[in-house]
Design a protein around this ligand. Sequence first.
Ligand code: SF4
Length: 274
Amino acid sequence: MLANTGSRYGPTAPLAGLGPVLDRAEPFAVIAKPCDLGALHAYAASDPRVDDLCVARLALVCGGQPRLEKSADVLAEVGVDEDEVSLFRYRGHGNPGPTRVETTDGRSFERTYLEMWEDEAGWKVETRCKFCPHALGEAADIAAADVWPGGAPTGDDEGFNGIIVRTPTGEALVRSAVEAGALVLGRPIDPREFDELQPHQVRKKEALASRFAGLAEAGIPTINTTGLRVDLLGRRLNPEARLAEQAGTLRRATEGRFTEPLPASPTDRPNDHA
Ligand code: SF4
C-alpha cells in the first residue's frame, strides 16, 4: 500500500478492472476518490459479490481533481517541457509540502501549497467536481481529510490528518491500526468543527441543489443524489444566494462551459483503418 502512495489524482474508470477482481473470489479493499467509491457502491446494488468480498473502502476527502491544464501551467511557469519531467508531485514532500517538479537532467522546482491553491478561482477543477455530491467520501468506511482551520495551511505541520469513520467496518479498521501501532489518534473532532476545517465542502454542498436546478433549466440531465442531503442542505442558502448559484450555472451551461468534444468513435479515426 505504501509503495503506491502518490497515485495519480485524475479521472479513472473505477469499474474497469473490477470484473476480474470479483472473479478471483478473494477479499479485497478499495482506496479511491469518493466518486469512484460512489460508482462501486452503485454497482454493488447489482452484483452482491462486491459487498461480500470488498472488506474496506477508503477515500480521501476530495477538493476536486484539477484538469491536466493545472499541471501544464506549472511546467510552463518553470520552463520545463513535459518530456523532460522525471517527477511531478502535488503532495508527498511534507504536510502539505510543496508541489515539486524534477527533470531528467537534474533540475528541480517547487511551488508552495498556497501558491498553488490559495485562490479557489485558480483550482481548475473538472466540471463534474463542481456538481459532486459526495466529495466527503460518503460511500467510504473511512475518509481522510486535511484539517487546517479555515481550510488552508499556514505552513508545514507534522502531518496531522482528520478521519471521518462512517461504518462499523471503519471503526474496526481504525481500532486494529491503532493496536498495530500504525495510527496514533488525536482528539475527537465533531461535525460542526469539521465544517470549519473544510469550509469549501460546506459551501459546495449547500450550493448543489441550486446548481442542479441551473443544469435542469439548461436542459442538462442531473444525477440521482438520493440519501446525500442535497435538497436539505440547499435550503440553508438564502433565496438570493440560491438564485445566484442557479443563474450562474445556467449562464455557464448556455456558454457551453460544461461541454467538451466527445471522443471520436473508432470508425471516425482514420488511423484506425490504416
Ligand atoms: S470532487 Fe467529486 S467528482 Fe471530483 S474528483 Fe473529487 S470525488 Fe470525484
